[in-house]
Write a protein that binds this ligand. Sequence first.
Ligand code: RIB
Ligand code: CA
Length: 313
Amino acid sequence: MTARKIIIDTDPGQDDAVAILLALASPKEIEVLGITAVAGNVPLELTQKNALIICELSGKTNVKVFAGCDRPLRRDLVTAEHVHGKTGLDGPVLPDPKIQLQDQHAVDFIIDTLRECAAGTVTLCPLGPLTNIAAAFEKAPELIKKVQEIVLMGGAYFEVGNITPAAEFNIYVDPQAAQIIFRSGVPITVLPLDVTHKALVTKKRNDAFRNLASPVGIAVAQMTDFFERFDIKKYGSEGAPLHDPCVIAYLINPDLFSGRHVNVEIETQSELTLGMTVADWWGVTDRPPNAMFISDLDADGFFSLLTERLAML
Ligand code: RIB
Ligand code: CA
């Protein structure tokens, strides 16, 4: 089996960090062509720095990291320091990165990669607001058809919103970008809150990370110790939901997940429900399905895979 070529578009973010580590620990299944940073959980100057920090933590210092858009397409930036802390990677104390950003803008890297690749061979994995991907689609629409698949973390249906009563953070920050993606015609798989809220880092699971007794294992456990406060307080959950690693685990072993191919539209007009992913789960409209909307996972299988792979870094 040849490794799947992906671009990770990300706003680290502790859960983004774990997703990046999982991808870099899985070279048989995944070839990371590049990591593109976007403003989201924290401003761009922090998300780009955090992406470099995580690549150094993984030991894979040859990974190319690009800085992308510092604000949404049409709206002011909304950030989530209340969840991720002021650095975006609160929890562990990690050194400033020695590796440097690439000079090229992330949007141009995405465009050049799609232009140079064979059609259907590159998967885009957005883990934050969809600004970079949408900007690339707007700048080079002729390349949209070359994308193999978009596998993204974002949205919610039964779980409803986490940043407003109706919207999940990644979609809410840039709903116009999300609408461009969901109307692009590219095959899309969505890992929404409906499934990521079932990927909870319980104490036992976090102890398994810590007991790896490696810099990676300890750092992931410390990230979770910080990151879980918000969800435990808000939802009374048993631990932090590992949102973004679900995207990478889906690529490695899709059998861990299940969902339904449905129509998903994005609310871009109403202030009350802005950024809502309106998923036609029950097929009550004649809108054609445009996304595989994942609703469930084998949580124990997910954490076994994740822990086993983190042990390899
Ligand atoms: O709503 C969860 C998503 O928003 C995750 O990707 C998290 O990192 C934040 O970006
Ligand atoms: Ca994220």
